[in-house]
Design a protein around this ligand. Structure first.
Ligand code: MG
Length: 292
């Protein structure tokens, strides 16, 4: 199952679509165009007009995408320094609670795989097969920030939602260790296999620690109350806590998947279908100029 549990998406501009179409149809007269790989899950929207292309291209190439991680971790450091200054003897020890996927580890190669295989919706089977390969990229700024926390005796707790069977925890722990991140041990790593609800674990940690910061790419990483299927309600709930963002909650960008997808489709991993492509198009035109 996917990390923050939900998923995927896509969007794309006409200009990008046109550019891709042009670039992929220029073959020498005597060179036959390669046959597209067979697609077994989707009836259409699987080539250069793949719904995921724009979002994945951004994740793979945009300096802005990486800068947002630095921005988030720089902000996290400022807030943690403030918490350390204000921390008094007798107070509960400070802690940081962080999500894993798309927060400290970036699954870029997985999304590239989907594009190469003409898939335009999150593919759970491919995700589960890819996770053990450990091709995660450490998010820009993550290692430095978590080391800063460790150096200042602030414990870091990783709380993630994943399910790759019996070895789920083993795979996750190995990735945290391979990334060289601190507190890579059983006491600090929680992998929820059958739920995306992190609240129980967050409360357990908060009993013993003063949680200075929550880090995540999904509002669910901060509070479960945001877990609603209604787009407007979800935005409203977030607005209620607007002062917490950049303060106690540090949010990272994720245009490919998350509970925002669930709010559109009613499920985190909607199947590849033309009906779902239409639903996505409706979401993209929710606010649109009429041309006049
Ligand atoms: Mg995540």
């Amino acid at each position: 199952m996917h990390p923050t549990q939900p998923h995927h998406l896509r969007h794309l501009t006409l200009s990008l679509l046109m550019a891709l179409t042009l670039s992929t149809t220029t073959y020498a007269a005597d060179t036959p165009a390669p046959e597209p790989a067979p697609n077994t899950t989707a009836p259409s929207g699987v080539g250069a007009d793949n719904l995921l292309i724009s979002a994945v291209a951004w994740k793979q190439t945009a300096a802005e995408y990486r800068a947002l991680y630095y921005q988030g971790y720089n902000m996290a450091r400022l807030q943690l320094e403030k918490a350390l200054r204000e921390h008094k003897d007798g107070d509960k020890p400070l802690a940081v609670v962080t999500d894993l996927d798309d927060t400290v580890l970036l699954p870029l190669a997985y999304w590239g795989y989907l594009i190469n295989h003409k898939q335009d919706f999150f593919d759970d089977a491919a995700w589960d097969k890819w996770i053990p390969k450990n091709q995660m990229v450490v998010a820009p700024g993550a290692a430095e920030f978590l080391k800063f926390a460790a150096d200042n005796k602030v414990e870091v707790f990783y709380v993630s939602s994943r399910d790759q069977g019996e070895k789920t925890f083993e795979y996750a722990l190995a990735q945290i260790k391979a990334a060289g991140l601190p507190f890579a041990d059983e006491a600090h790593v929680t992998i929820l296999r059958d739920t995306s609800n992190k609240e129980t674990r967050q409360k357990e940690i908060a009993e013993k620690f003063e949680v200075a910061l929550f880090l995540g790419d999904n509002l669910n990483d901060f509070q479960r109350k945001y877990y609603t299927k209604d787009v407007d309600e979800r935005i409203k709930l977030m607005e209620e806590d607007k002062n917490q963002y950049g303060s106690k909650y540090i949010v990272f960008p994720n245009p490919t998947d998350g509970h925002w997808v669930r709010a559109i489709f009613g499920e985190s991993e909607p199947p590849a279908s033309d009906a779902n492509r239409e639903t996505f198009q409706k979401a993209a035109t929710r606010n649109s100029w009429d041309g006049n």
